[in-house]
Write a protein of this length. Sequence first.
Length: 107
Amino acid sequence: MSDEHLPNVYLKFRDGFPGVAKALDGLGEAVDGAGPLDERTARLVKLGLAIGAAAEGSVRSNVRKAIAAGATPEEVRQVALLAITTCGFPLAIAGAGWIDEVLDTEA
């Protein structure tokens, strides 16, 4: 895992609580493999959940991971549009802004 985009607070947590971090990593691997969704689809779903939770860091992370898993920028942006009717316009627009910042930076 590259530390390039990870927030310092998260890195400090991992350093301070390595056992908890390892357990969290294991849980992530278990849930990622627990169903039929491919990685691309799972990342788009996680992106939508992150937008709904207003979790900026998670939105940014899942944009990068979705693109790496084969999602297109258009598909990633559509997730923010879909959030309008489910999560509300303010959260969807915030998510769209975070998505665009990542896509513009990575381009």
